[in-house]
Design a protein around this ligand. Structure first.
Ligand code: NAP
Length: 303
């Protein structure tokens, strides 16, 4: 029986593990992938305080080593179900094994929705990005395409005009979903142009993005557009499928917490991108992880 189980080994989970280990809690962090989560997919990180530039895998390794140093365990396994009803939290792994813990932190993050077109996976990190805040500065004076028509696409499209010479927002309909104020700002921005009723059928390039293949949904016309980058903002999916039956999820599939990262189930906390939150960055995820670990520590003291 662990004092604390942490589901997800991205920046929030690894930070929570580090804090919990340092507080002498018997702690396990479970993740189906490599330590670092979405950081592993980021070529260069240049907005993490203290590091002007570090690669995602390097920062992941530093987080991981730091956590192990304070005694938390790492377990690579997929969590398929949980039973949070009793005071002992049960975590069921693929293969049937059950881990038990007195407290739980859910830090399973999100994943950007994918277009699922040829070139998207091959050119990820080589011009294809899901994070303008992370990668926008690499496209100074370049032409970037933003795919999507929601708040994220329009807001991030506006953000990208700080760097890019031109931003083309490609949207599958002739009307944006984004809030009117964002639309007004985008329409008033000289650097932004729109391609309506259009989907991206393919992202083209050898080692870097050079072009996208577009298809007009109304006319069926296929065209090619030169571009240096493609930012895909067609929504995010929280990694919470295994939590469906717990009652923890809000209408968007995220977890609501209070300022101590507590969920509505005693002893269950959430941290990082998986919780309903204002900003989803490595530094905010790490902050959440620290708060969640300390909250779990104080919860365990009351048992
Ligand atoms: P979203 O609101 O779900 O919008 C996704 C956009 O991508 C929609 O325009 C959708 O087109 C398009 N899309 C979806 N699947 C597609 C596909 N396969 N191919 C092409 N286009 C596709 O997602 P979001 O913009 O990331 O926002 C998520 C949530 O966060 C929303 O609740 C949003 O309000 C909120 N948010 C708020 C702010 C803010 O308040 N400043 C900023 C960012 C996000 P259709 O319109 O045709 O469906």
């Amino acid at each position: 029986m662990y004092d604390l189980a942490i589901l997800g080994g991205g920046p929030s989970g690894l930070t929570a593990g580090m804090y919990a280990g340092r507080a002498n809690l018997k702690t396990i962090v479970v993740d189906k992938g490599l330590p670092g989560g979405q950081m592993q997919n980021t070529l260069e990180i240049e907005n993490y305080p203290g590091y002007k530039s570090i690669t995602g895998p390097q920062l992941s390794e530093l987080y991981y080593e730091h956590m192990l140093e304070f005694g938390a365990e790492w377990r690579q396994a997929e969590v398929v179900d949980v039973d949070l009803a009793g005071s002992v939290k049960k975590i069921i792994l693929a293969g049937g094994e059950t881990i038990t813990a007195k407290a739980l932190i859910i830090a399973t993050g999100t994943q950007p929705k994918k277009l699922n077109v040829p070139g998207e996976r091959e050119l990820a990190g080589r011009g294809v990005s899901y994070c303008a805040t992370c990668d926008g500065a690499f496209f100074r004076n370049k032409h970037v395409i933003v795919v999507g028509g929601g708040d994220s696409a329009v807001e991030e499209g506006i953000f990208l005009t700080r760097f890019a010479a031109q931003v083309t927002i490609v949207h599958r309909r002739d009307q944006l979903r984004a809030a009117p104020i964002l639309q007004q700002r985008a329409f008033a921005n000289d650097k932004i142009r729109f391609v309506w009723d259009t989907i991206v059928e393919e992202i083209v390039g050898e080692n870097r993005v050079t072009q996208v293949k577009l298809k007009n949904m109304k006319t069926g016309e296929v065209s090619h557009l030169d571009a240096d980058g493609v930012f895909i903002y067609i929504g995010y999916l929280p990694n919470t499928g295994f939590l469906q039956a717990t009652g923890l999820l809000n209408a968007n599939g995220y977890i609501d917490t209070d300022g101590t990262m507590a969920t509505k189930i005693p002893g269950v906390f959430a941290a990082g991108d998986v919780r309903e939150t204002y900003l989803r960055q490595i530094v905010t995820a790490a902050g959440d992880g620290a708060v969640a670990a300390m909250s779990a520590y104080h919860y365990l003291e009351t048992l």
